[in-house]
Every structure is written in C-alpha cells, then in structure tokens.
Design a protein around this ligand. Structure first.
Ligand code: MG
Length: 277
C-alpha cells in the first residue's frame, strides 16, 4: 500500500471566525497554518484566500502568491491552489478562476461536474472542465479531480479516455457536502469501486463525517484531506485550535492502523509530480 498523503485544507471559503476564532484570514496566517500542518505530517496544503480584513472569500492573485511564497520559503510542502472560483466577480469568470494555475503550484483543484452546493449552484460546464484540464497540463500543474457525486467520476473517466490527463489521475472524493454525495461509507465504497485502475484517490468528509471516511480511506489505500475547510470541531462541542490538530489526529490514527505517512518527497513520487520548482 502506498504511504498516506495528508492534505490540509486550512480555511476554504466558507468557515468564519464567528464559527471558530482560529480560522486564518490573512495570507500570513494561512501560510502559518499550512506550515503547522506540515510540521505535524501533512504533505499538501489546499489553499483558498480571504480578504485579510474581513475574512470574506477573495481571489486576488497577490494573496495567493504571498501564501505560495511563504509556504515554499519555509518548507517542501506541495501546494494545491483552488480554482473553484465560487466568489469571483469578473467579466470572464471562466478565465479568472484559472489564474492560480499560472502561479506555479504543484496541484490545482479541478471541479469536475456541477451540483447544488448548499444554497447555491456550483457551475462547472464540460467545456470549462476541458479548458481547465488543458491549461493545467500546459503549465505542468497536476489536477486534483474534485468529485462530489458518481456522475462526476464518470466525467473524470471521460477526460482520461480522451487522454487529457497525465498518469496517475488523482481524485478527491468530496463527501457530505449538501447536496452532493452523502458522507457515509456505503457512498464512499460506491465511489471508490468506480474509480479507474491505477489512479490515486483521497477523500474528505464534512463535519462529524471526517473521521469515519478518512479512517476508511487509510485502511483501503486512499489518501485523506482534513482541516477547517471541512470541519471546525475536533470533537463534539470542542473547536479545533489549529488545523494541525486534525493532522496530528490523522497521523495518530494512521499509526494505529499501521499506515505509514508520506513525506513531501514521497507524496510527489506517488502523484507523479516533479521535484520542487
Ligand atoms: Mg477547496
């Protein structure tokens, strides 16, 4: 079994300090949280950025660039920038949301397929998915195929059949987000059973579903994502003080189930990502 890649999703675009005062907002705070997670055993940082004053979701190039520079300056952590672009106001949103690809990250999230996402519609038309895939390949950025339902896996497999992705394809199975696939083990098994041969996969579970789905993934050879983007509570009623606490717990569970944790260098090798830029 491959060693375990732990991704830390340190702030996302939804959680606020009203919900948990430890959610990072400024680029410096976001980078510091990523680095705490790296020291705890995470090899990948999944990055969204915020307005540093208000914490509102933001998408400014300078904020992404500062986080990349700070994390790269202090670690060998792999950087995964979001392209979800949920909150962009631009003339050409399709193009604007691909800006992070040009900042030279190791990975970018690539949302394959559309869905109702809480109270909104998360729109990822097939033409945009193809264009984003092509851009990432041109720039040497590995797509992390975010799939929220079985149909999204079908669409990702279509990208593979059309030879648009480099091996190994890397899936993030996103469970428990209203109104995507539920965060239960039956659903996780249904999704993993439809993955293409030779791929790598990770999973995340929202809120209380984080421990069951990530633990199952550790047993089944998958990788895991944890952090404030998905979960603000360490246990019932107890807010996490840092993303690193989720990483520490994941490392401890991995130790208990005898799954070795990947270093950043090993994570690169598993995902087929060349060495530090
Ligand atoms: Mg994200």
């Amino acid at each position: 079994m491959d060693k375990l890649i732990i991704t830390a999703a340190v702030c996302g675009s939804v959680p606020t300090r009203e919900q948990n005062p430890n959610v990072p907002y400024t680029p410096e705070e976001i980078a510091e949280e990523a680095l705490r997670c790296w020291r705890a055993g995470a090899s990948v940082a999944h990055i969204h950025v915020r307005d540093p004053r208000t914490g509102a979701p933001d998408f400014k190039r300078a904020y992404f660039a500062e986080v990349v520079e700070r994390v790269r300056g202090a670690s060998d952590m792999l950087i995964n920038l979001t392209t979800s672009g949920f909150n962009i106001r631009a003339e050409n949103v399709d193009e604007a949301r691909l800006m992070p690809v040009d900042l030279g990250p190791d990975l970018c999230s690539l949302d394959v397929g559309s869905l109702n996402f809480r109270g909104r519609v998360f729109v990822n038309p097939p033409g945009w998915v193809d264009a984003a895939t092509e851009r990432m390949r041109q720039r040497g950025v590995k797509p992390e195929l975010e799939t929220f339902d079985l149909g999204h896996i079908r669409q990702a497999k279509d990208l593979i059949e059309r030879d648009l992705l480099d091996a190994p394809p890397y899936f993030q199975l996103c469970l428990g987000i209203p109104w995507g696939a539920p965060g239960d083990l039956e659903t996780l098994v249904a999704m993993t059973s439809r993955l293409p041969r030779g791929c790598q996969w990770s999973t995340l579970g929202v809120g209380a579903r984080q421990i069951p789905v990530t633990t199952h993934a550790m047993l089944e050879g998958g990788h895991v994502r944890v952090g404030f983007e998905d979960n603000l509570y360490l246990s019932r009623g107890v807010l996490a003080k840092s993303n690193a606490q989720f990483v520490e717990r994941t490392v401890e569970i991995a130790r208990q189930v005898q799954r070795e944790v990947a270093t950043c260098a090993v994570a690169r090798s598993i995902l087929g990502i060349p060495g530090s830029r």
